[in-house]
Design a protein around this ligand. Structure first.
Ligand SMILES: Cc1cc2nc3c(=O)[nH]c(=O)nc-3n(C[C@H](O)[C@H](O)[C@H](O)COP(=O)(O)OP(=O)(O)OC[C@H]3O[C@@H](n4cnc5c(N)ncnc54)[C@H](O)[C@@H]3O)c2cc1C
Length: 374
């Protein structure tokens, strides 16, 4: 049986980051990912906010042009509100090469990566992995659940699990550069995106057309909502949607919006990224939180491995960090209540006021990222 210091389950950005940091600190790390390759089955639009771009080494050649302009629309798309920042706010990542490069960097520092390998349970320190060649067992001192919003590791460790989830879906295709500056279009319409927003990101290279909301509140299902939205989405004037489905990449998945979970560690391991609920409850952005929480996780695991004291993991306390989410949770509560077109139109009207615009600018351009201290 293989024996390692840490088994990381899931090679999204959270798992890759945690595994890399631990291996850099000299620990023996095995990373198991059920997808056969990291360039497929992508579950994110890949919008990186300014603070992430400032603080993390993302490969510049994999980032789209900077976006400064956000346009917010009511149902029916009439009378949108445009907000323009004085600085670059977002860039959309080309996610397939970003994951592949992050995996190569992890392997370079010694992480052993097993693709096409599903974590399938644990008994004490013995973890079961099911791969192409059958079932194997790995003894690990600690396990990291980086296995996404519906984490099996969280369940097996008896930790908290995400209960408040949106589901999202989008289509992505290449576009020729147009006249419009790179723009993020957001539509507040509960029939298309119940409890959230429908979006178009047009950065002059790719169009991302998507929607997300509560699964049980889409009037005719998520897929149909996306079709309806895509047929009349804003921000794509003059853009020809490709005919053949080969030219359109489809992405989708659950998004936890209940805020960081309280119990994200125990003596045997920790949760990071979506598994820990590390997503902004309001914007549903999870890329910055998953990178920041992974750094905290790697620090406490390093301490536990070096000192041999499992109680070092109690410092990885979701309840303490969660208190910093109060404002965002309150705004999520408000967004949940936008249930009719009339309420959505009224909310948009507020954004035409000075106060409303200031609030929107704080959310969209505010540099508020994931809190890393309670
Ligand atoms: C449609 C959509 C659009 C989004 N857009 C944005 C955005 O633009 N900007 C932003 O900041 N956030 C966005 N988010 C949220 C963001 O993508 C996530 O918060 C972030 O990617 C989470 O990373 P992660 O590593 O925790 O999880 P994931 O990227 O989901 O990785 C989890 C990995 O674990 C693997 N796995 C699961 N179970 C097992 C198992 N049993 N064994 C082995 N492997 C397993 C999965 O295959 C997956 O690779 C979006 C989410 C969705 C659904």
């Amino acid at each position: 049986m293989d024996t390692v210091d840490v088994l990381v389950v899931g090679a999204g950005l959270a798992g890759l980051r945690t595994a890399t940091l631990l291996a850099q600190q000299g620990h023996d790390v095995l990373l198991a990912e059920r997808r056969p390759g990291l360039a497929g089955a992508i579950r994110t639009t890949g919008i990186f906010v300014r603070r992430t771009l400032d603080d993390f080494p993302l490969p510049a050649e994999c980032l789209g042009p900077p976006i400064r302009r956000v346009v917010l629309y009511p149902p029916g798309l009439g009378g949108p509100v445009t907000l323009v920042s004085e600085r670059d706010e977002y860039r959309v990542g080309d996610m397939a090469p970003i994951y592949v490069k992050a995996a190569a960097a992890a392997a370079d520092v010694g992480v052993r990566i097993m693709l096409g390998t599903r974590y399938n349970g644990r008994q004490g320190q013995i973890h079961t992995l099911v791969g192409r060649t059958g079932t194997s067992r790995v003894r690990a001192r600690f396990v990291v659940g980086a296995d996404g919003a519906r984490s099996r590791v969280a369940r097996d460790l008896g930790l908290d699990r995400n209960r408040h989830l949106l589901i999202g879906a989008e289509e992505v295709y290449e576009i020729p550069g147009g006249e419009e500056p790179p723009t993020f279009h957001c539509v507040l319409d509960p029939s298309l995106a119940p409890g959230y927003l429908a979006w178009v990101v047009n950065d002059g290279r790719h169009a991302h057309v998507g929607t997300a909301g509560y699964a049980n509140r889409f009037p005719d299902g998520l897929r149909r909502a996306l079709e309806r939205f895509a047929s009349a989405a804003p921000g794509l004037e003059g853009v020809q949607r490709p005919d053949g489905s080969d030219a359109i990449e489809r992405r989708g998945g659950p998004i936890p919006v209940g805020g960081l979970l309280r119990r994200i560690s125990c003596a045997d391991g920790v949760l990071v990224g979506d598994a820990a609920g590390a997503v902004s409850p309001l914007t549903a952005g999870g890329l910055d939180p998953c990178l920041r929480l992974s750094e905290l996780a790697a620090d406490v695991l390093d301490e536990a491995l070096r000192s041999g004291r499992k109680d070092a993991l109690t410092h990885f306390d979701g309840a303490a960090l969660r208190s910093r989410f109060r404002g965002r949770l309150a705004m999520r509560w408000g967004l949940d209540r936008v249930r009719t077109p009339a309420v959505a139109a009224a909310a948009l009207a507020l954004l035409r006021t000075t106060l409303g615009q200031a609030a929107a600018r704080r959310v969209l351009f505010g540099d508020r990222s994931f809190p890393t201290t309670p």
